[in-house]
Design a protein around this ligand. Structure first.
Ligand code: ATP
Length: 218
C-alpha cells in the first residue's frame, strides 16, 4: 500500500550522450511504498536512468528531490543509505574472496546499524525471509547458485533499510523458478518504494502500481 508521503520527485529530467538524446522532460513523483515500473526497449536509457537515480551519473538537465531536498545536497553515502540498487544478476557483484557473512556485515558496519549480536539476528531474519539456509554464511560467492547469489544481493540492498530500491532487470538472467520466487518475495514481503526497470511488461505488471514508458519522453 503506497502512502501519501512524497519520497522522490523527478522534474524535467533530460539525458544525452553527445548527440544521442535518450529522454527529455521526464517528470514523475513517487510516494513512500509506491512501486513504479519503467519500461523501455533496448537502448532507451533505462540503466542510465537507474545510474542517475543512484547518483552514479549526472543528468544533462533537470532536478531530483528526495524527501524535498535536492539530490545535490545529499552526500553519496547519505543518498545510498536511502536509495539502494539491485542490478541484473552477474557473478561480479560480490567480492569472491569474502564469505557471505562478511559481505552481509559490510553494509551494517558501514552504516553503523546495530551491535554485533543484533547484526547476527538481523542477517538471520533476512536469510529466513529469503528462504536461504544459514550454512550459506560460511560459503563464498562463487559457491552459490545464481538464485542464491541474487538473493544475497537483495539482502544486501535491504539491510540498510532504504526508503527506495531501484531494481534494474533484477531477475532478467535467472532461471524461471528463481525469478518467480524473487518477484513473489518483493510483492509480498518488501515494504519499500520500488522503481522496477525492465524490458518485460510481466515483471512490471506483477510488481508495480504504475508504469512509465521511456519512449514517451524521447
Ligand atoms: N557512459 C556512456 N557514454 C556514452 N554513451 C552511453 C553511456 N552509457 C550508455 N550509453 C548509451 O546510452 C544509450 C542507453 O543505454 P542504457 O544502457 O541506459 O539503455 P537500456 O535501456 O538500459 O538498454 P538495455 O535494455 O539494452 O539494457 C545506449 O545507446 C548506450 O550506448
Amino acid at each position: 500500500m503506497k502512502s501519501t508521503n512524497l519520497l522522490l520527485k523527478v522534474e524535467n529530467l533530460s539525458k544525452a550522450y553527445g548527440d544521442n538524446r535518450l529522454y527529455s522532460n521526464l517528470s514523475f513523483s513517487l510516494y513512500e511504498k509506491e512501486r513504479l515500473g519503467l519500461l523501455g526497449k533496448n537502448g532507451t536509457g533505462k540503466s542510465t536512468l537507474a545510474k542517475i537515480l543512484i547518483k552514479y551519473e549526472e543528468p544533462t538537465a533537470g532536478k531530483i528531490y528526495l524527501y524535498g531536498k535536492p539530490a545535490q545536497d545529499y552526500s553519496k553515502e547519505a543518498w545510498s543509505k536511502k536509495v539502494q540498487y539491485i542490478g541484473q544478476y552477474t557473478r561480479n557483484t560480490l567480492d569472491p574472496t569474502k564469505t557471505i557473512e562478511t559481505c552481509l556485515k559490510e553494509p551494517l558496519n558501514n552504516f553503523k546499524i546495530a551491535n554485533k549480536q543484533e547484526q547476527n539476528q538481523i542477517i538471520q531474519g533476512y536469510l529466513e525471509k529469503l528462504n536461504l539456509d544459514s550454512s550459506i554464511l560460511k560459503k563464498r560467492p562463487l559457491e552459490l547458485s545464481g538464485g542464491q547469489y541474487q538473493r544475497i544481493c537483495i539482502a544486501l540492498a535491504l539491510l540498510p533499510k532504504p526508503s527506495l530500491i531501484i531494481c534494474d532487470e533484477m531477475t532478467a538472467s535467472l532461471d524461471k523458478i528463481s525469478e518467480i520466487a524473487i518477484l513473489k518475495f518483493f510483492r509480498e514481503e518488501v515494504d519499500k518504494a520500488l522503481i522496477v526497470i525492465s524490458h518485460d511488461p510481466y515483471v512490471v505488471n506483477y510488481l508495480c502500481h504504475n508504469t512509465l514508458r521511456l519512449e514517451d519522453f524521447k
